[in-house]
Design a protein around this ligand. Structure first.
Ligand SMILES: C[S@@+](CC[C@H](N)C(=O)[O-])C[C@H]1O[C@@H](n2cnc3c(N)ncnc32)[C@H](O)[C@@H]1O
Length: 217
């Protein structure tokens, strides 16, 4: 197991109650709107059938579970929250997919060397809670053989205001606060481009940017 300070914060914020609530929501309503948009754009770029999937910061596993249901062969779930990993495993078990998923606990930037490449790599609302986006995305992008899909908060005033309010509340109330980042689109695109990935499709889903990149060959 490899983990750094971020895991302590994630274990507090993304704890058992939230994981169980999100798993319940997923069972009731399926993936969130932004995740549905991500899945649609990712599958337009590369068919799920037979693909390998790497889901970094998978939460309860909605993105990789839906891709497995759509025919993906295998998935790897890397998460820095033990409660989310447990919830994702329970969901995979419920759906009869658990044999096709590998689970890793820890900070992906520290685990990356040990994680194999995949046809499809997704970070659904994961880069926004990590303090060093270029490090996380820079570790994730080389793992994408064909497609990289990202969801993070939109660079618009009302999202930035909501994020500022959330961060202020965290700083006031938590000893080790979770800070959310609204990464500039240009910085995200540039980091992907450094690893040979260029924008294939984009969509806004309420609060979220959904952007999918494909590899140049
Ligand atoms: C807001 S949740 C999103 C979960 C899920 N992907 C979704 O969209 O519902 C962010 C998740 O990313 C994970 N995460 C963030 N940075 C990470 C990192 N560097 N390595 C592994 N997991 C990370 C957190 O533990 C948390 O489970």
């Amino acid at each position: 197991m490899t983990c750094n300070a971020c895991c302590a914060v994630y274990a507090r914020v993304f704890g058992k109650e939230l994981a169980q609530f999100e798993a319940w929501l997923y069972r009731r309503r399926g993936p969130a709107r932004a995740t549905r948009a991500l899945l649609e754009l990712v599958q337009a770029a590369h068919p799920a059938r037979g693909a390998s999937v790497l889901d970094i910061g998978a939460g309860v596993g909605a993105a990789h579970l839906e891709l497995l249901k759509a025919g993906a062969a295998t998935a790897t779930d890397v998460d820095a929250s033990p409660a989310y990993l447990d919830a994702a495993r329970a969901e995979a078990q419920r759906l009869g997919l658990v044999e096709r998923v590998h689970y890793h606990y820890g900070d992906f930037t520290q685990l990356a060397e040990t994680i194999p490449t995949a046809d499809i790599v997704v970070l659904d609302r994961a880069i926004c809670c990590y303090p060093d986006m270029p490090a996380l995305l820079g570790a994730a992008a080389p793992k994408a053989r064909h497609v990289l899909g990202l969801v993070w908060p939109r660079e618009v005033w009302w999202v930035k205001a909501a994020v500022r309010a959330f961060n202020a509340f965290e700083r006031l109330t938590a000893r080790c606060p979770l800070i959310v980042y609204v990464h500039p689109v240009a910085a995200v695109d540039a980091t992907a481009a450094r690893h040979g990935l260029h924008l294939y499709a984009k969509r806004n889903a309420g609060f979220w940017h959904v952007r999918v990149y494909t590899r140049d060959f």
